[in-house]
Design a protein around this ligand. Sequence first.
Ligand SMILES: Nc1ncnc2c1ncn2[C@@H]1O[C@H](COP(=O)(O)OP(=O)(O)OP(=O)(O)O)[C@@H](O)[C@H]1O
Ligand SMILES: [Mg+2]
Length: 418
Amino acid sequence: MIVVLMMASGAAWESDAFARLDGAGGIVVLKRCVDVDDLLATATSGQADVALVGLEAPGLDPSAMAHLRRYAVRPVAVTTSAVDDLDVRELAERLGVTALVAADDLEGLAEVVSTVEDVGDTRVRGGDDEAAAPRDEAADPHRVVAVWGPSGAPGRTTAAVTIAAELARRGSPAVLVDADPYGGGVAQQLGILDEVSGLLSAARLAGAGQLGERFVSTTRAVGERLTVVTGLPRADRWIEVRATHVESILDRGRELGDVVVDTGFSLEDDPGADFGARPTRNAMTLSVLAAADEIVVVGAADPVGLSRLARGLVDLRDVTGGAPVRVLVNRMRPSLGWSEREIAGMVEGFSRVSGLHFLPEDRAATDRALVAGTSLPEGGDGPLLRALAGVVDAVFPASVAPGPASRRRIPRSVRLRR
Ligand SMILES: Nc1ncnc2c1ncn2[C@@H]1O[C@H](COP(=O)(O)OP(=O)(O)OP(=O)(O)O)[C@@H](O)[C@H]1O
Ligand SMILES: [Mg+2]
């Protein structure tokens, strides 16, 4: 049985195609999707084998096609122009479409749908399967680590920036991506002042199918080994970034080094959607969490922060692909009156975590870094940096230099070249 998704964007061929497929033996049309976002969201369920798409449908770009392939959905495109038209050929090629049918000649459609071959780097289907599928570590040694945390500014950006900067300081290439749909803070924390948003530029290139060659042009180098994709300049511009763009950015980033991603706080999916699956604000965060090899969750140590952390750990279970979760309890201080043991008991009651770290309140260090527009490792040793260096040891064990003295010897003041 071949399960088909259709996405005609209201083109006239839709009913003809539907009648031909639905009546054919061995084919079932699962859904007539209203637009590309609906198609991609439905493909994620992992039930479909083939997507019958309008070649000229708005929003059908190479990153959308990559998403289909990721879920093992084989594309068949219908064009309203002549199939041998040069522009049509070029568009099909750019999208990686190998099966192309003319809208006014759908007679052989069922046959094409039944026989279309897998193309490109087809991966396993289904979110869960995908996460469970072993990655070829030899071919792709770099990891994607998502830094997430509930609302209330628990310190996600501080943690993400420090982890990436510390990794780079140790000599491992690191790529820091600001994917917070509520407005990025990475550029500001690192003193990167230009107006150009790496995320928006990269999303535009991903949409045009040009991210492969031009990814580096969307990044900023901070020192020799830290590459930064800055975030949204204004929170309302989240609408320009699709989940598939973010997936492409992570794939490209991973070619350069280990990827650390700052995300938004909300895990809510599609709060105000009318029908189908419109792009949603939190799609960025959700796609990063689904793609991550490990998730670092940051919670604040005060009573409000801890209850949000507990809730967050429960909510997180439904949106990850099964990646290990490591918890950082931030801004620990004696005046709160509870011990690490008490907090550990609470966290373990809500989630099975792969590690738990306590980060001290260290306002002097964070203020110094914020005012200077530098990362914590650039500002020299301190209790917060030491605790976060312990997180880097655990998340990236290969970055720990052999030898007894090496890893803790953080120079008092290292200024990375910008
Ligand atoms: N351990 C700490 N000690 C003192 N201050 C801290 C600590 N961690 C973070 N901060 C400060 O708390 C504030 C919020 O941190 P940060 O911006 O990293 O949080 P966030 O979770 O990314 O917030 P947002 O929701 O705004 O993205 C910043 O001023 C930061 O310097
Ligand atoms: Mg932040």
